[in-house]
Design a protein around this ligand. Structure first.
Ligand SMILES: [Ca+2]
Length: 569
């Protein structure tokens, strides 16, 4: 899921840019209270990088392989070879590729965004795509995935990093038009539901490959994908169902277990909606501080980040220690039994009838529950659960996939697995839970997983589960490491933001792996100033299950900012 779509910034954002405008768009469109009224807006905006700068750091990525039999405009591939964006636009204007008539416009350089040729078209009946062609093509194709329930073409911000490196980049609205929180397309448009679930990426890839060939006279040499949230799911879906489509995939915070996490969203919302269950910002701050007090130093430095999350066990911090005397709500210094019931639901696994894959791993306590783009935005609604994104996502899912009734009350839809056939139908469309990805691995393709440890939208622990299942299915760690990496970014929120270091160039790491057989090891992540783009601090981006442990001099704030003073343990 991703916030991005609302402000027309794909959710896939790469580690670096932000939700800035996204948040604005989100709240506007959904009509819920803006973070400003929740005392969050300033912090959200502060955590955002300017658009131009943002673009510079996008990770996105993608690219493609040809899908034989798809698309196929009869004049594709016959064009003159373009060498600049203007020439590409001239070559492609008015052409028909895969049945889609192309319109083109040269978009001049703007800030960090280079000049590019913007190519638009529609695969009938209404799958809108956009392909961006740089001035100097590097021969490769990049695909930037969507966010939430999609519904609009991801903003160019998610393609700028790739464009600057010379990639042709592609994106789509996945076959319906609307806001990212609205699944009504799935109620009565089976084709749109299939496109959203798993068909839009291979369809658009086919058209994109033909378009690239028409522009440059040759097929892309490599194709990469990158997406976050639903975009991460789309990437894993391609790995599982179209294993020849990409040479490399970056799946960040993947929403791969759609049935399971939507069920967990429903359970979280019910716990918060129960009498006395609402969690106010003050209570959330109490919880976060209590976790930090117990666990911040377990990674060698008290820096506001609980990087050694695995050590922050109930023995180190037990939420029950915050219980109000007698269990009733006695104010901001304690949690009532109803509020502790929510914490229990939040942190425990959920499993549903119908399949062993209909499950969700509970969220860890992180010490950063008070991040403005964390629990308040996604789960508690700052005390009003119906304002939260989890509530809104599960609500539209109940209405349009499960109850199939636009007037259904999602909080009264109990239990979540009352209609296993409905769960099965949604899983066939949207679940990317298959861990047998040998077809992808055996071709030599590469997969990079990434998840922020303070992700309040999608549980990092669910990605851990998928990673572990793949390791088991592929026959062990060595076989898995031959084609897969998994990085966890401490203190980073959903896709980006939060107090942790959220910026890393995964696209370059992937490309070096694919092109030069240089497997990525531990990487370096940065936290950038939202205004100037200056590096505020850095941390190692460790391969799971390692975390960055401080090894530098004590009480040295400058040393604490440098990745070299941490070791992945
Ligand atoms: Ca720490």
């Amino acid at each position: 899921m991703a916030i991005a779509r609302l402000c027309n910034i794909p959710h896939t954002r790469v580690i670096p840019y932000r939700k800035c405008t996204q948040q604005d768009g989100l709240y506007k469109r959904v009509g819920i209270k803006s973070p400003s009224s929740l005392h969050q807006r300033r912090e959200i905006m502060n955590s955002t990088t300017p658009r131009a700068f943002r673009a510079q750091h996008v990770l996105a990525a993608t690219s493609l392989l040809w899908l034989a039999g798809c698309g196929g405009g009869n004049d594709a591939g016959t064009a003159m070879q373009a060498s600049t964006a203007a020439q590409a636009c001239s070559t492609l204007s008015g052409k028909t590729v895969g049945g889609a008539t192309l319109t083109t416009v040269v978009v001049p350089a703007n800030g960090a965004a280079p000049t590019y040729c913007k190519v638009n078209g529609t695969v009938a009946p209404k799958l809108n795509f956009e392909i961006r062609l740089p001035n100097a093509w590097n021969g490769k194709l990049h695909y930037a995935g969507g966010g939430g329930y999609n519904g609009s073409i991801p903003d160019v911000a998610f393609s700028i990093n790739a464009l600057r490196q010379g990639y042709a980049t592609a994106s789509s609205d996945s076959g319906h038009q609307g806001n990212m929180l609205d699944a009504s397309f799935a109620l009565d448009d089976a084709n749109a539901a299939r496109l959203f679930g798993h068909l839009s990426v291979p369809t658009v890839m086919s058209t994109s490959i033909e378009t690239v060939k028409a522009a440059y006279g040759q097929l892309p040499t490599k194709s990469y994908y990158e997406g976050c949230s639903n975009g991460g799911r789309e990437g894993l879906m391609a790995v599982q169902r179209n294993p020849t489509l990409f040479d490399g995939v970056i799946a960040r915070a993947p929403a791969y277990n759609w049935v399971g996490f939507m069920g967990a969203f429903n359970r979280n919302a019910k716990a918060l909606a129960a009498p006395g269950g609402a969690l106010s910002p003050a209570k959330t701050a109490l919880l976060a501080k209590s976790v930090r007090d117990a666990c911040d130093g377990l990674d060698g430095i008290v820096d506001g980040l609980v990087s050694n999350q695995a050590a922050c066990t109930p023995a180190a911090f037990n939420p029950a220690s915050l219980r109000c005397a007698g269990g009733a709500d006695l104010g901001d210094s304690c949690l009532s039994d109803a509020q502790l019931n929510f914490v229990s639901a939040w942190t425990s696994d959920a499993a549903f009838d119908g399949s062993a894959t209909y499950r969700n791993a509970g969220w860890s306590l992180t010490g950063n529950e008070d991040s403005p783009t964390g629990l308040a935005l996604w789960v508690t609604g700052a005390g009003t659960v119906t304002n939260s994104l989890q509530f809104l996502f599960q609500d539209t899912t109940v209405k349009n996939y499960l109850a199939r009734n636009p007037r259904a009350d999602s909080l009264a839809y109990t239990p979540w697995d009352q209609n296993v056939q409905a769960l099965n139908n949604m899983a066939v469309l949207n679940d990317a839970t298959n861990a047998d990805i040998r077809s992808f691995a055996n071709r030599g393709a590469k997969l990079i997983l990434w998840h922020g440890s303070n992700d309040a939208a999608l549980s990092k622990n669910s990605t851990v589960e998928y990673y572990n299942k793949v390791v088991t299915t592929l026959g062990g760690q060595a076989a898995a490491e031959a084609f897969m990496r998994f990085y966890v970014a401490p203190g980073v929120d959903h896709c980006a933001g939060g107090p942790g270091a959220d910026t890393a160039d995964l696209l370059t790491a992937l490309d070096n792996w694919v092109m030069r057989e240089a497997p990525p090891g531990n990487l370096t992540a940065q936290k950038l100033d939202s205004t100037t783009g200056a590096v505020q601090f850095e941390r190692p981006l460790c391969q799971h299950p390692k975390y960055p442990h401080y090894t530098g001099p004590a009480n040295d704030s400058q040393a604490a900012k440098l990745a070299v003073n941490y070791a992945c343990r």
